[in-house]
Design a binder for this molecule. Structure first.
Ligand code: KG4
Ligand code: ZN
Length: 380
């Protein structure tokens, strides 16, 4: 079954065609990052207008790259209907309804967070049949979604079943990266630049200006904060806090204090704008706090239930330091870790088309009559 997927929940306009839930025939992503960069974050009206402009061309490109010009051979249309920015979601949902009606194919609405947890199971065409079974045998699995808008630990007892067991009480992990980068004048989005500077710092480089060279480095083993580096809080919420909304404090995080503590630190010890080595040392310590906190909660969650796998998705899962800490935690628990190929970590439509094969939140007339749901949660 070949599904056309459409994704416009935030600042990426994306379309893809995926066969039988896993085999990516095409995946086109147009990122609006350069449009939002001058503002240091996503501007909703700019985002929705850019989606309107781009969506037709991106869909056409995805269909053509899959050998399905004009939609011939598409069996269903899938689209993100939440969570995300309302004005961005509306563009994708309206476009998907139009395409489904025109092609006389069913429409399937998918939850964006759940789709991030499908991204590790996407493979580029052509793939061997035997690889399809890998997905079905990983449940019950523990999911971790780490993106610009979300940080959640999700219990997945079976395919298509999701229950949030832990989450951030305020900022998402990606936001913690983005806000720190903004504070230090490092640009937007913050995750990639902080990752690069931290890599340079832990490798002891002296030139922090060559982004490509920094990106090519890997993190060395045995990373430990030196005594003269700041120790940022790992953001453990107090048990019993109302914000936990009944969730276990040991599986939740709070990142807003981390950002405040960075602000206090630079107010006390100002860093010159061109002092990249000083900024690199600061963000290296800051990243350790975020990564350590995510690793600790994941370890705790893996102890709650005999999970068969750890499944990680979202833009922050591009971070190599996070990947290696999570791998350690998964090894300790004796489970495999599934992370997505870099191109499927951030927002994309292949994860939407892939998940739609296994799990339909809304379909048929319900999907055609659906409104967007900006605050949809996993499992709803
Ligand atoms: O999943 P995503 O593309 O969009 C959302 O659904 O939010 O995630 C974007 C987030 C941004 O906050 C960005 O700073 C972060 O992912 N990010 C990273 C890295 N690359 C992107 N964070 C840490 N390290 C990275 N290498
Ligand atoms: Zn996302």
């Amino acid at each position: 079954m070949d599904i056309l997927g459409i994704e416009t929940s935030c600042d990426e306009t994306a379309a893809a065609v995926v066969r039988d839930g896993h085999e990516v025939l095409s995946s086109i992503v147009y990122t609006q990052i350069p449009l939002h960069r001058p503002y240091g974050g996503v501007v909703p009206e700019i985002a929705s207008r850019a989606h309107v402009e781009k969506i037709s061309g991106i869909v056409r490109e995805a269909l053509s790259a899959a050998g399905k010009d004009g939609g011939a051979g598409v069996d269903a249309v899938a689209v993100t209907y939440g969570p995300g920015l309302a004005s961005s979601l509306i563009v994708g949902l309206a476009a998907a309804k139009g395409i489904a009606l025109a092609l006389e194919r069913p429409l399937i609405c998918v939850n964006h967070i759940e789709a991030h947890l499908h991204s590790p199971f996407l493979q580029d065409a052509p793939i061997l049949n035997s690889q399809f079974s890998i997905f079905n045998s990983q449940f019950p699995a523990l999911g971790l979604v780490v993106s610009g808008g979300h940080t959640s630990w999700i219990d997945m007892p079976a395919v298509g079943r999701y229950k949030i067991i832990g989450q951030t009480l305020d900022d998402a992990a990606g936001e913690a990266f983005d806000k720190a980068a903004k504070l230090l004048g490092l640009g937007y989005p913050g995750g990639p630049v902080i990752d690069r500077l931290a890599k340079g710092f832990w490798n002891g480089v002296s030139d922090f200006t060559d982004a490509a060279a920094l990106k090519a480095l890997s993190y060395p083993d045995g990373i430990r904060l030196a005594p003269d580096m700041p120790v940022f809080p790992k953001g453990s919420p107090r048990p019993g806090t109302a914000a936990l909304a009944g969730l276990d404090a040991g599986l939740c995080v709070s990142f807003s204090g981390l950002k405040t503590s960075l602000l206090r630190h630079v107010q006390k010890f100002p860093v010159a704008d061109d002092d990249l080595p000083a900024k690199a040392s600061l963000v290296a310590a800051y990243q350790e706090a975020i990564v350590g906190s995510l690793a600790d909660r994941t370890r705790a969650a893996l102890r709650r239930k005999p999970y068969k796998a750890l499944v990680v998705g979202g833009g922050v899962s591009l971070n190599a330091r996070l990947r290696s800490r999570l791998k350690e935690v998964a090894d300790e628990a004796g489970v495999p870790i599934f992370t997505a190929q870099p191109k499927y970590c951030g927002d994309n439509a292949a994860m939407i088309a892939g998940l739609a094969f296994h799990h339909r939140r809304l379909e048929g007339d319900d999907a055609l009559a659906a409104d967007v749901d900006p605050s949809l949660e996993a499992g709803e």
